[in-house]
Ligand binder design. Structure first.
Ligand SMILES: Nc1ncnc2c1ncn2[C@@H]1O[C@H](COP(=O)(O)OP(=O)(O)OP(=O)(O)O)[C@@H](O)[C@H]1O
Ligand SMILES: [Mg+2]
Length: 150
């Protein structure tokens, strides 16, 4: 077991929930409105990861139109940002213009993330020249989350 956290299915999580301080729920790509409402009410923060692709950004903006009627406990996280192109910058601009709350930090597209997932380890435990940078980016997001919670 090489992951520094417990992973459980939703069905298997019932008995585990009370043993842990921090619980992260990974949802399907587009939760139903009822489920979204339950998540919004039961969570300290909803994180909406999106790639900078036009289609994903459109879906994210639509999702937030609905979510914003339920809560303001959410932030959009740009992921898989290709540093070689300007898509990331354009996406951030589009999201800002749509007045969506964004994490300042974004997650770069790195082979290290793919390989780490393949190997079943977190990025910092995958030997690759960029894995430290990938880890640093998530740590920065973590700090933003902590700042929101206090
Ligand atoms: N920042 C990244 N850089 C490179 N590859 C990434 C990055 N983030 C995710 N990936 C890869 O993209 C694929 C999908 O990632 P992920 O499971 O996070 O997507 P998802 O949208 O949750 O998919 P699903 O709909 O199946 O739940 C995986 O192969 C993963 O390794
Ligand atoms: Mg997923």
């Amino acid at each position: 077991d090489t992951l520094p956290f417990m992973v459980a299915s939703q069905a298997g999580a019932t008995g585990l929930v009370k043993q842990y301080t921090h619980i992260i729920v990974d949802t399907q790509a587009r939760p139903e409105p009822d489920e979204l409402k339950d998540l919004a009410q039961g969570s300290d923060l909803l994180i909406l990861p999106t790639t900078p692709n036009h289609l994903d950004i459109d879906v994210t903006i639509k999702a937030v139109e609905l979510l914003s009627t339920m809560t303001d406990n959410y932030r959009v996280l740009l992921t898989q940002v290709d540093s070689r192109t300007k898509t990331g910058r354009e996406a951030r601009k589009a999201l800002e213009e749509a007045k969506l709350p964004l994490f300042k930090r974004e997650i770069p597209r790195l082979v290290a993330f793919e390989r780490a997932a393949e190997k079943g380890v977190i990025v910092k435990d995958y030997p690759d020249p960029r894995s430290n940078f990938g880890w640093l980016c998530y740590q920065a997001v973590g700090k933003e989350i902590f700042a929101l919670m206090t």
